[in-house]
Unconditional design. Structure first.
Length: 342
């Protein structure tokens, strides 16, 4: 099997050499070159034509984000950002990066080993399967549909992974304040979920917040599961929905897990729910979405053509969990149409 050709771009010599040395041990990867800045990276791309590039955000002479904006129109390729805790990573995803990883502190040996031996190699392998054309920013016309006030007992649950940050934004930007309460799991490291929620809150008509234990699920509000070591569930208390966020093990390989969220919605909301599964690698969310559908909920899956990675929606579709498949730019409109029939 052909190995994935990787270009490592990192301004820190220590970290650059560590990445090259460690990634080279993975039999599925071939490190074709490394670069310390955007100018060296450009030359390496032309010379070696890598399959995937890892890219630091903060670099001398030209930032990783500026480089991405110049690179993608000429040499579209899968890029995994390596970032310290900063909301700049979302500018990078908007500029065309497939995904990102949080750069650990050099002093934390355990986290560093986890990063270079497991997390980054996995992200590179997933990125190598991404459809780069689907990373382009989509423009969707503003919706005019309204949800009747009698439907406040409805709930919308959304799950996504690779490519999901832009996919979720595309959908939420079209939701009005009449939308029933929305709960979301997007696979993302701790710390980044709060910044992502704040960013969406500034861009959307609905209120978007990182969820906290006990938050009520309310009309016109989106609650995003916090990244880290907690699972988020929806429970019904005194006739209204709220989220329960507690530490727990990984489920379907993730914490937070889409399966955990969807399973909880199937139990407490039954046929008063709509589940949406979006782009992402693996199968997280498929079993949970099936549980929702069996409980009487309506379900939507993102179609293959518009996914960055058609993994999670594919597994859900093959299980029979997906009632209808829609392209990304049609999902918000379909959401309104479905909710108005419930």
């Amino acid at each position: 099997m052909r190995r994935i050709r990787v270009l490592v771009v990192e301004d820190s010599m220590f970290f650059r050499e560590l990445l090259v040395k460690t990634l080279s041990k993975d039999p599925a990867l071939e490190i074709v070159a490394s670069a310390r800045d955007a100018f060296e990276a450009r030359d390496a791309i032309i010379k070696y034509r890598p399959d995937v590039m890892t890219l630091d955000i903060e670099m001398p002479r030209m930032s990783g984000i500026e480089f991405l904006r110049k690179l993608m129109p000429q040499y579209p390729m899968p890029v995994v950002m390596v970032s310290a805790l900063s909301d700049k990573v979302f500018d990078a995803l908007n500029a065309g990066a497939v995904d990102f990883v949080a750069k650990p502190a050099y002093s934390d040996r355990k986290m560093l080993e986890e990063f270079v031996l497991k997390e980054l190699p996995v992200k590179i392998k997933i990125a190598s399967t991404a459809k780069i054309g689907n990373l382009k920013k989509t423009v969707v016309p503003t919706l005019t549909e309204n949800i009747s006030v009698e439907k406040k007992d409805l709930i919308v649950a959304i799950g996504a992974s690779t490519g999901g940050t832009e996919a979720i934004a595309t959908i939420l930007k079209e939701f009005g304040t009449d939308i029933p309460g929305v709960v979301v799991v997007q696979h993302m490291p701790a710390g980044f979920t709060e910044m992502y929620a704040n960013r969406l809150n500034d861009q959307c008509r609905v209120m978007v917040r990182e969820a906290k234990n006990g938050d009520k699920v309310m009309q016109g509000q989106v609650l995003l599961a916090p990244g880290g070591d907690c699972q988020m569930r929806v429970v019904k208390v005194n006739g209204s929905y709220q989220v329960e966020i507690k530490p727990g093990p990984k489920v379907s390989g993730h914490c937070p897990s889409v399966d955990v969220l969807f399973e909880s919605v199937s139990q407490c909301a039954k046929d008063r729910a709509l589940g949406i599964i979006l782009t992402g690698m693996g199968g997280d969310g498929a079993k949970g979405l099936l549980a929702m559908r069996r409980a009487g909920a309506r379900t939507i899956g993102q179609d293959e053509a518009s996914c960055v990675v058609y993994g999670m929606p594919r597994v859900a579709y093959e299980l029979g969990a997906v009632e209808t498949q829609e392209k990304l730019t049609d999902i918000a409109k379909k959401t309104y149409a479905v909710l108005n029939t419930m």
